[in-house]
Design a binder for this molecule. Structure first.
Ligand code: SF4
Length: 223
C-alpha cells in the first residue's frame, strides 16, 4: 500500500472545456497550491488550502466516476513531487491521462504516456516572463509518437497577447509539430475578433472557447 500523499483541492467530474479533449466527460483531480499569481486566475481558490489524501484514495475516487479521461490539474500540479508517482499509477491502470500545467515548471519528469497541456502565459497574465522555455524544446525534440502528447494552450485577452503568441509560434514553428490551442479570455475578447486574426495570418493553431464557461456560470467552481 502506497503512503504517497498529496494536497488535493477537489476531485470532480465535468466536461473537459479547454484542450483538444474539449467536450469529453472528464474527471478532474485538482491539486492545491500554486502562488504564480496570474492575473485573472480562475482557480484562485486552489492556490492555497486543500486536504491531504493518500494516492490510493485519490485514484479510487477518480476511477469511481468512470469518465473516459482523467485530468490532473491545479493550482500548479507539478509543485508537489508526489504527483509523479500518482500520474504513473494512473497511467498503469490504463487511463487516458491529461496533465494541465501553468508552464512555469519543466515537464521533463512527467511520464511519457501523459498528454501534457502546457499553458503559454501571454503578457496580459502579468507572468509571461515566467514561461519555462524548456517545455517548448522538450516538445520539439520529442520523437513523433511522444510529440503528439504535447499540447500548448494560450488564452488571449488583447491584441498584444495575440502578437506575442503569434511570434512565439512562428519562431519555433510550433503549429507544424504540436497541437497549439488558442482561445479567448472569457468576457475580455470577442471570439470573432480572434478568429479573424487567426484567419488573416493563416496561423496553424486550433481556436477554442472555454466550453465549461458557456455551459455553467463562469464563476462556478467544480466545473
Ligand atoms: S498557474 Fe494556474 S492556478 Fe496558478 S495562478 Fe496561474 S492560472 Fe492560477
Amino acid at each position: 500500500m502506497s503512503t504517497n500523499t498529496l494536497n488535493i483541492s477537489e476531485i470532480f467530474c465535468s466536461i473537459q472545456g479547454e484542450s483538444s479533449f474539449a467536450g469529453w466527460p472528464c474527471t478532474f483531480i485538482r491539486l492545491a497550491g500554486c502562488g504564480h499569481g496570474c492575473r485573472s486566475c480562475d482557480t484562485a481558490y486552489a492556490e492555497t488550502g486543500g486536504t491531504r489524501l493518500e494516492q490510493e484514495e485519490i485514484i479510487r475516487r477518480a476511477l469511481a466516476f468512470q469518465a473516459p479521461c482523467i485530468e490532473v490539474t491545479g493550482g500548479e500540479p507539478l509543485l508537489q513531487p508526489a504527483v509523479y508517482p500518482l500520474m504513473q499509477q494512473l497511467c498503469d491502470t490504463g487511463q487516458q491521462l491529461l496533465l494541465e500545467t501553468g508552464g512555469f515548471l519543466s515537464v521533463a519528469r512527467v511520464d511519457r504516456r501523459v498528454h501534457k497541456i502546457i499553458d503559454l502565459k501571454p503578457p496580459s497574465s502579468g507572468v509571461a516572463a515566467q514561461n519555462n522555455p524548456e517545455n517548448i524544446q522538450l516538445a520539439l525534440q520529442a520523437l513523433p509518437a511522444d510529440r503528439q502528447r504535447f499540447e500548448f494552450k494560450t488564452v488571449i485577452a488583447t491584441r498584444e497577447d495575440y502578437e506575442w503568441a503569434r511570434s512565439l509560434i512562428l519562431e519555433h514553428r510550433l503549429g507544424d509539430s504540436c497541437t497549439v490551442m488558442m482561445g479567448v479570455a472569457f468576457g475580455e475578447l470577442e471570439p470573432r475578433e480572434l478568429a479573424e486574426w487567426i484567419l488573416g495570418d493563416r496561423l496553424r493553431v486550433r481556436m477554442q472557447l472555454q466550453l465549461h464557461k458557456y455551459i455553467w456560470d463562469p464563476r462556478m467552481r467544480g466545473v
